[in-house]
Design a protein around this ligand. Structure first.
Ligand code: RB5
Length: 153
């Protein structure tokens, strides 16, 4: 995919982890768009999910990385944005294979679930792993067909 720009976002519970991701991207010289939130003050995750995912579908960002308390709510919201394939990950294998096999374009993580060290490993492998295509393309196409309201059976 070459040089990447990452849209990052969170709610209040994911704010500390989002800040860690932001610092990591900064340190690595990777471009990012931080859609907020910008403090630990209460902020609803669906807003950040939609903002960050819109950046991806509009082509301003290549991938999105989102954080909330569990990573689950923000992934549910992200997956409602047409064109987004979000995966809530807590482990390295899933973060790697959701890029290789599902062409995931949004990684979601829970600040209350994993530590910063694990999270940054997931960020690294998610950003640096490419989609394998081939037989997996057919399956991704099927996911997107469901999004368009098509029947697969
Ligand atoms: C906020 O308290 C929490 O519910 C939210 O961050 C997230 O975990 C929801 O899925």
């Amino acid at each position: 995919m070459g040089v990447k720009t990452i849209a990052i976002g969170s709610d209040h519970a994911g704010y500390p982890l989002k800040e860690a991701v932001r610092a990591y991207l900064e340190e690595k010289g990777i471009g990012y768009i931080d859609v907020g939130c910008y403090s630990p003050k209460r902020f609803d995750y669906a807003i950040s999910a939609q903002k960050a995912c819109d950046k991806v579908v509009e082509g301003e960002a290549d991938l999105a990385i989102l954080c909330c308390g569990t990573g689950v709510g923000i992934s549910m919201a992200a997956n409602k944005v047409k064109g987004i394939r979000a995966c809530c990950c807590s482990d390295y294998f899933s973060a790697k294979y959701t890029r290789m096999h599902n062409d995931a374009n949004c990684l979601c993580m829970g600040d209350r679930v994993i530590g910063e060290g694990t999270a940054l490993e997931l960020v690294d492998v998610f950003i640096n792993t490419e989609f394998e295509g081939g037989r997996h393309q057919t399956r991704v196409d099927q996911i997107m067909a469901i999004e368009k309201g098509e029947k697969l059976y």
